[in-house]
Design a protein around this ligand. Structure first.
Ligand code: ZN
Length: 632
């Protein structure tokens, strides 16, 4: 418990009386100072900074709910304040926190933002969070807003109780720190690690394994008695790919009611994937592992963090996310345990090189005694060609197929790779390097692109500057966003074109429909630009299968002959290649005591650990499913 009285007394000593501080309360991982006149406290920002430093905790200012003006009136008031230079195109009032998200056009300078914020707080008692208005706005973000709005009372209660839990007195000094592998060690899929100190229990990632039907092999091993959902202090999700976040709502289905920590863009992206998983499973006649209601519960328990924001999440653990360069919002999770006695770095999936879409993964750690590193491309032969050459190969390949009258079908995951490919095509169009053919974009890609636009501050500076100039690289004029079946038929019927569609491993989605119609014609090409997990349809075709059984539109199985060209372009991966993995270890080598290799096929992990021992002289070890390691 905070000694509220003492703190308030201290604040009142310094704070102007007009601020009328009423109480101090926990709000999730932050300490909220409530005031009847919060603008005064904003003007004296140093007070808050001082208090935060003294307490070593995050301190935020809040207005008493009773002081906030009605959202409808606040809307009018905010627009009055913004005019004539700016306009609020969309507003979301978060009643649980007292913040208002303001989508503003044009986007003000930093100095103006500070001034506008102060005015808005003074007039309305709502705290503005400004966002750049870049249409089309995402439906999924709206879904998240809707859940937060409907469940605001529960959310408020949750934030207070979470604060009490995080700031509880530590009863057990953290002597032992251990990591248990629940999935994703010597395999790609179902990533899940349980990190425990004597005080705290945390899950890092909770994904599923694509291409596997049996639950004991597709789900993390939570069938074992040692995962107590009541005892869990938090679930940390590194990024929005189903093999890392796909089963988080499943925890809520079985009664978990604690926090989920993600970066800001990861929340809508993972919701998009989870809702799609439910839909696709039902469409295929299966039973989804959780319902939309479980996804909603997850949303109301999610805490979003920015990169670099150090956050206490239990009495002895601080969490910080850093850019992982893998997909939008992807994070390397850094756990700082018991005042830094031990620090664990989970790389998640990461790219230690820049891509068109994202900056390269962060590497400026000062403490990292234990590192858990992904090894997807761990074999010495897993070396990717230079990015520019790969991009040119893509354009040359497309041009040559369409010049011969063919169509190019590119299956892509909706999150990340799709936007990277779209941005490359958009640039080639602007540079007049790509044939003038229609490019059809189907599946969830466009919705995922909208989320990318909405969180453009997480993208590379190149892409950000395009967006700031009003260019939407995910919606070039040559792109046709497929919205109905007649557009889909047009893409199949008409002349040469490019079709970009989900799912990336051909496990479902509109790509199947296209493939069924295009596979027979030898002028066409099925072009892979992403990793194909073994067991998936994409992998079978890539490995040379010539006859494929697929359900027809009427649901009957029919045999499809693969006469089209099948080609894979290596090098677009959002994962680090062999050299980049070594370079990352080398960069932080002096900090590492324990290096564990996960998220890779066994042989790749073995060869990577040998290479690391030989060239970087770090004792790299594999982890196995259900293994527990004690860290020292
Ligand atoms: Zn990933």
């Amino acid at each position: 418990m905070i000694d509220e009285a003492a703190l308030v007394a201290k604040m009142l000593e310094y704070a102007p009386r007009e601020a009328e501080i009423t109480r101090i309360e926990y709000e999730g991982p932050s300490i909220a100072i409530y005031s009847r006149n919060p603008a005064i406290l904003l003007q004296h920002g140093y007070l808050v900074t001082e208090l935060a430093t003294k307490l070593k905790k995050r301190v935020i200012i809040r207005a008493e709910a009773s002081e906030r003006i009605d959202p409808e009136e606040a809307k009018i008031e905010i627009n009055k304040i913004l005019q004539p230079n700016y306009e609020a195109k969309k507003l979301f009032f978060d009643k649980a926190s007292g913040e208002v998200h303001v989508y503003v056009e044009p986007y003000p300078s930093q100095k103006e933002l500070t001034e506008l914020s102060l005015k808005i707080v003074a007039e309305t008692k709502w705290f503005p969070v400004f966002k750049r208005y870049s249409p089309p706005l995402s439906r999924t973000v709206d879904f998240v807003y809707n859940v937060l709005s409907v469940l605001h009372v529960e959310r408020k209660r949750f934030l207070t109780s979470l604060g009490n839990r995080i700031f509880r007195e530590a009863l057990n000094p953290s002597k032992d720190i251990r990591i248990r592998v629940l999935g994703g060690a010597d395999e790609v899929g179902r990533s899940a690690f349980l990190v425990e100190t004597s005080e705290t229990s945390l899950l890092v990632d909770f994904g599923l394994k694509p291409g596997v039907a049996k639950r004991t092999e597709a789900f993390p091993r939570v069938d074992l008695e040692f995962l107590d959902l009541e005892e869990l202090d938090g679930v940390i999700i590194t990024h929005a790919h189903l093999d890392h976040c796909g089963l988080v709502p499943y925890l809520f289905k079985y009664g978990y009611r604690g926090p989920v920590y993600v970066t800001e863009p990861t929340l809508p992206l993972m919701v998009l994937l989870q809702l799609d998983l439910i839909e696709v499973t039902e469409k295929n006649g299966g039973v989804p592992p959780y319902s939309v209601a479980d996804v909603r519960k997850m949303i109301s328990h999610t805490i979003t963090l920015k990169y670099g924001q150090v956050t206490g999440i239990s009495p002895d653990v601080k969490l910080t996310f850093y850019n992982a360069g893998h997909v939008l919002g992807s994070a390397i999770a850094h756990l700082h345990i018991t005042e830094g006695v031990h620090n664990i770095v989970f790389t998640g999936d990461f790219k230690y090189a820049p891509t068109l879409l994202l900056d390269m993964a962060y590497d400026k750690f000062t403490r990292a005694e234990t590192v858990i590193m992904e090894s997807t491309y761990g074999a010495p032969t897993d070396i990717m060609p230079p990015r520019r050459a790969v991009e040119e190969l893509l354009i040359d390949t497309i041009n040559s197929v369409v010049q011969n009258g063919g169509k190019v079908l590119i299956p892509v995951p909706a999150v990340g790779r799709a936007q990277e490919i779209l941005a490359i095509l958009d640039r080639s169009i602007r540079e007049s390097k790509l044939s003038e053919i229609p490019i059809y974009v189907d599946g969830m890609i466009d919705e995922s692109s909208s989320i990318h636009l909405q969180f453009a501050n997480y993208l590379s500076s190149k892409i950000r500057s395009l967006i700031n100039q009003g260019i939407n690289p995910f919606r070039s004029e040559q792109f046709v966003i497929v919205k109905n079946s007649s557009q889909r038929e047009e893409a199949i019927r008409e002349g040469p074109c490019v079709i970009i569609s989900t799912s990336g491993m051909m496990e479902g989605g509109p790509v199947i429909e296209y493939f069924r119609n295009l596979a027979n014609d030898s002028r066409n090409m099925l072009l892979f630009v992403s990793y194909q997990v073994s067991g998936t349809l994409g992998r079978r075709i890539l490995d040379g299968a010539k006859n494929i059984l697929l359900p027809s539109a009427e649901g009957k199985m029919e045999s499809i002959s693969v006469n089209c060209k099948v080609f894979k372009i290596e090098g677009f991966s959002g994962h680090s290649d062999f050299n980049q993995l070594l370079a990352f270890v080398k960069k932080i080598q002096r900090l590492i005591k324990n290096l564990y290799l996960v998220h890779g096929e066994s042989e790749k992990i073995m060869s990577l650990s040998q290479s690391i021992r030989k060239t970087v002289h770090v004792n790299a070890r594999p982890l196995k499913l259900l293994q527990t390691v004690y860290l020292a």
